[in-house]
Design a protein around this ligand. Structure first.
Ligand SMILES: [Zn+2]
Length: 118
C-alpha cells in the first residue's frame, strides 16, 4: 500500500492508501469537496514513491544490482550466440558477415558490461 496525499486546487487535502496496479491508480480519484479529478496527481505520487523505493533498495542491496548486471551480461551473451548460430545456418556470405558483426558487437557489449562492473 502506498500512502497518497493530495492537495487539491480548492485547498482541500485528502489522504488515502492505495495498492497500485502496474504502478498506477487502479481507478479514478476525485476531491471530496469540489470533485476535481486527482487521478493524474495520484499517479505522479505513486510513480515518485515507487521510484524512490527502488533507488532506496539499490543503495542498500548490492545483490539486486549484481543480479541486474548478470542478467545484462547473460542477455548480451545469448544475443551474441544467437547471432553466431544464425550466421552458421546461413548460406549468403554477406549476410553471414553482418550476423558475425552483430554477434561481435553483442559479445563486446557483454564484456564491456562485465569489466565496467569490476
Ligand atoms: Zn477540491
Amino acid at each position: 500500500m502506498i500512502p497518497v496525499k493530495i492537495q487539491c486546487g480548492c485547498g482541500q487535502r485528502y489522504v488515502f492508501d492505495i495498492e497500485p496496479v502496474c504502478g498506477r491508480m487502479p481507478g479514478r480519484v476525485a476531491c471530496p469537496v469540489c470533485g476535481q479529478d486527482g487521478t493524474r496527481v495520484a499517479n505522479e505520487i505513486i510513480a515518485y514513491t515507487l521510484a524512490s523505493e527502488m533507488s532506496h533498495h539499490d543503495s542498500h542491496h548490492d545483490s539486486v544490482k549484481e543480479t541486474v548486471m548478470a542478467g545484462a551480461v547473460i542477455g548480451c551473451l545469448i544475443a551474441g550466440l544467437a547471432g553466431v548460430v544464425k550466421a552458421l545456418n546461413m548460406a549468403g556470405g554477406f549476410d553471414v558477415l553482418l550476423c558475425l558483426v552483430g554477434a561481435t558487437v553483442a559479445f563486446g557489449m557483454a564484456l564491456g558490461v562485465y569489466f565496467w562492473k569490476r
